[in-house]
Design a protein. Structure first.
Lengths: 119, 110
């Protein structure tokens, strides 16, 4: 079964950065975009940004502008989401999802990566 | 604050139908037929159940249907089953390569 494989849970100190990876099936980057969402404990989903690997372009939610960077390594079919200047409010499960870019929906999701920010 | 507004909770008995609304604006739902819905069970990743307002992915039950009127999209679940108890999220393209999610609706099957 097709899956997006995310990296493992992280514990970070306030003020530091975290980088989460998402490995996709081989042909994903040719035809799809990769988006990142997060879900704080007991809260809803929040779109953070999307990368279109074939165009080498990324777009971010205004809330995270300047603090998030989404990249893609086509050679390894892996996308990355790096979030800097972490605070306790960034404690959440971070999901990557395959995005059907032409019609704007997320049809395949990773299992999520828990990032805990604590001193 | 979520970009889209959903009721916090809805409930129904087995066999009944329920509808979850998702209200946006003329800048998102009102302009784009690019609304999707996701089902999330506790501790699990979201699952796509509706895309492009009314379309169902292969493998999703035809008890799930979507619609839109003006700035509001809706998800209807007919013939409620115990396994439908979950959190449901709407999502809309909001232009300029950005997306917005609703705050989520908890469905309880009584």
């Amino acid at each position: 079964q097709v899956q997006l494989m995310q990296s493992g849970a992280e514990v970070k100190k306030p003020g530091s950065s975290v980088k989460v990876s998402c490995k996709a099936p081989g042909d994903t980057f040719i035809s799809y975009a990769i988006s990142w969402m997060r879900q704080a404990p007991g809260q809803g989903l929040e779109w953070m940004g999307t990368i279109i690997p074939i165009l080498k372009t990324s777009n971010y939610a205004q809330k995270f502008q300047g603090r998030v960077t989404i990249t893609a390594d086509e050679s390894s079919s892996t996308a990355y989401m790096e979030l800097s200047s972490l605070t306790s409010e960034d404690t959440a499960v971070y999901y990557c999802a395959r995005c059907q870019w032409e019609v704007k929906y997320f049809d395949l999701w990773g299992r999520g990566t828990l990032v805990t920010v604590s001193s | 604050q979520s970009a889209l507004t959903q009721p916090a909770s809805v409930s129904g008995s087995p066999g009944q139908s329920i509808t979850i609304s998702c209200t946006g604006s003329s800048s998102d739902i009102g302009t784009f037929n690019l609304v999707s819905w996701y089902q999330q069970h506790p501790g699990k990743a979201p699952k796509l159940i509706i895309y492009e307002v009314i379309k169902r992915p292969s493998g999703v039950s035809n008890r799930f249907s979507g619609s839109k009127s003006g700035n509001t999209a809706s998800l209807t679940i007919s013939g409620l089953q115990a396994e439908d108890e979950a959190e449901y999220y709407c999502c809309s393209y909001t232009g300029s390569r950005t997306f917005g999610f609703g705050g989520g609706t908890k469905l309880t099957v009584l």
